[in-house]
Write a protein that binds this ligand. Structure first.
Ligand code: AMP
Length: 564
């Protein structure tokens, strides 16, 4: 793997990166940095937030500056104030060991006079929202004649927000530039038009390919009637005590509504959308970042620039229009080697869009049953018990009160005490969910009316989520787990996360695989021979109505046969 040094970065920048703890470049950085340093070509980079795109353009941008010359040399355009501040902050950190580098963020919703004063101090890089930059140009507070580099960050979002005219004006005002770098998570027609109009033979770098999909993220979906979506959301949240996540809505109105209902229902939640005052947005973001808010309900636009790395869940209350945006949203969780879950709550109409996402970005969704009231209560109870077990005791502080506490509770037995402590929080859920109906749409998840705490049977769950396949090859044939895994993921292109437990027995092997891929595995394996023996696959349950045992197959010598 290439190091930052091998990419050609200067000593000062390498020091800055070491200080930030960045050890190796991310894939987008590996691809963009050398090109951006060596040539003045225009670049189109398809990359989403979370891939390290800021450093991908920020590092070469900083290295290309002539710090002795005190004029604006580079402009970065961002869709939102949050992103603007974040990019400025990131660039300042990368350039920490090149202290004469001056970077100014300018954005709407803040006094323009202070920004004008800042720009007079010989700025090298301006990070701006398009509207505010136009305001500054109109006031002649800024001269862009000597700008040699323009970066459009999150170009799709910028155009989606209606900044097309402003972006066009800025690109015309910077026509002396040598390079234009366009970063975008998706490539809608509006972005292509910008590229066609203002770029000369751009170099295209794309990371929106299936190998980029984060295997640490599980993709789940829940199906219910449209009028039950909010109840489903509540149950899912309640069934995940300790959740720390983002809930995505399509419109400001929806985000507001969902957040208001959640707050009314006692959740630690708030909304982030374009209608808020800047001071409110900052306050909400700070509370979320510090973990004082568990759930943030946001629109796609407002969620850009949110840089929180330890989210446990992303919930799609509504699916986005573009499949790539789904990836963008889901990428907010499962960061820094942690596991994450991306949950979609769907009405039947939306299922088609989910299938489109599945096909386009090649990820596998697993359908889950909306938890029953009993299941929610059980999860909450176990969470309370865990919290009690892990509770840190401030011995010194509580000591003076203990005699009083013992006195008040001395008549209760140990069992009675446990019951009562556990009931403090639990009763609330019990009361709420006492007669909660089943809101799953899929009949496979329906429970009988009188089944008190009916769980899905073990068999049902397995049938839905995963399949167990059996193959006629085992230890005696010299089969190893790693070889089989390699065959499944590389030869048959089954995502790693879709493969579960593999048990290699003496003369056969059991493979657990996500139901969605079971048929593909059956069909694929059936084409392979090991030590001259053709693999035969049998599935535990029928595959989409096909025969359980897949017996026919074309014979073909294979990589697997060669490995073995
Ligand atoms: P971005 O896609 O620019 O929003 O970056 C996502 C996150 O990854 C940010 O928190 C960055 O600080 C971090 N990051 C970017 N590049 C690297 C790297 N090479 N090594 C470690 N972390 C990185």
């Amino acid at each position: 793997m290439t190091t930052f040094k091998e990419l050609g970065l200067s000593e000062a920048l390498l020091l800055g990166l070491a200080d930030l703890g960045f050890e190796m470049p991310t894939p987008i950085q590996q691809q963009v940095i050398p090109v951006a340093l060596k040539s003045t070509s225009d670049i189109v980079a398809l990359a989403q937030t979370g891939t390290g795109k800021t450093a991908a353009f920020g590092l070469p941008l900083l290295q290309r500056l002539q710090l002795g010359q005190k004029h604006v040399q580079a402009v970065v355009l961002c869709p939102t104030r949050e992103l603007c501040l974040q990019v400025a902050d990131d660039l300042t950190k990368y350039g920490r060991f090149a202290p004469s580098c001056k970077i100014a963020p300018v954005y709407g919703g803040a006094p323009i006079e202070a920004q004008i004063r800042q720009l007079r101090a010989g700025i090298h890089v301006v990070i701006a929202t398009p509207g505010r930059l136009i305001d500054l140009l109109v006031r002649q507070a800024l001269n862009l004649d000597k700008v040699s580099l323009v970066v459009l960050d999150e170009a799709d979002e910028m155009l989606h927000l209606g900044f097309r005219d402003a972006v066009n004006l800025i690109l015309e005002a910077t026509e002396n530039r040598h390079s234009l770098w366009l970063f975008s998570a998706t490539m809608p027609e509006e972005v292509r038009t910008i590229a066609r109009t203002y770029m000369r033979n751009p170099i295209e770098i794309s990371l929106i390919a299936h190998q980029q999909i984060n295997a640490d993220i599980e993709h789940e979906y829940y199906l219910c009637r449209p009028e039950h979506r909010y109840d489903a959301l509540k149950r899912i949240v309640d069934a995940h005590p300790g959740i720390y996540g983002l809930i995505f809505c399509r419109t400001r109105m929806e985000a507001k509504e969902v957040a208001e209902r959640m707050i009314r229902d006692g959740y630690s939640a708030d909304a982030l959308h374009g209608d808020l005052l800047q001071s409110d947005r900052d306050r909400i973001m700070q509370r979320f970042r510090e973990g004082h808010l568990q759930l943030l309900v946001a629109t796609d636009v407002a969620a850009r620039g949110i840089d929180v790395s330890d989210l446990s869940h992303v919930i799609h209350y509504s699916l986005p229009d573009e499949p790539e945006s789904y990836l963008h949203r889901a990428g907010r969780t499962g960061r820094a080697g942690r596991k994450g879950v991306s949950i979609s709550i769907l009405s039947p109409k939306m299922e088609e869009r989910l299938r489109l996402i599945e096909r386009r970005i090649r990820i596998a969704f697993t359908q889950k049953a909306i938890p029953s009231g009993a299941q929610v209560c059980e999860r909450q109870l176990m969470y309370i018990i865990q919290s009690i077990r892990q509770q840190e005791v401030q011995r010194e502080q509580i000591a003076p009160f203990l005699p009083q506490i013992y006195e008040a509770l001395h008549e209760l037995s140990k069992e009675e005490l446990i019951e009562r402590f556990a009931s403090v929080e639990f009763n609330r859920f019990l009361a709420y969910y006492r007669n909660a109906p089943d809101i799953n749409l899929n009949t496979r998840f329906r429970r009988s009316e009188n089944a008190n705490r009916a769980e899905l049977t073990h068999k049902d769950k397995r049938l839905k989520a995963s399949q167990r396949l059996s193959i006629n090859i085992g230890q005696r044939d010299g089969l190893y787990k790693s070889v089989l895994l390699d065959l499944l993921t590389h030869e048959l292109c089954i995502p790693k996360h879709a493969v579960g437990k593999i048990e290699i027995k003496h003369n056969h092997t059991l493979i657990e695989v996500s139901s969605r891929f079971a048929h593909k595995v059956c069909r694929g394996l059936d084409n392979f021979k090991v030590q001259g023996r053709r693999i035969r696959v049998e599935s535990e349950y029928p595959l989409n109505g096909r025969k359980a045992a897949v017996k026919k197959g074309r014979e073909r010598t294979s990589k697997a046969a060669a490995i073995l």
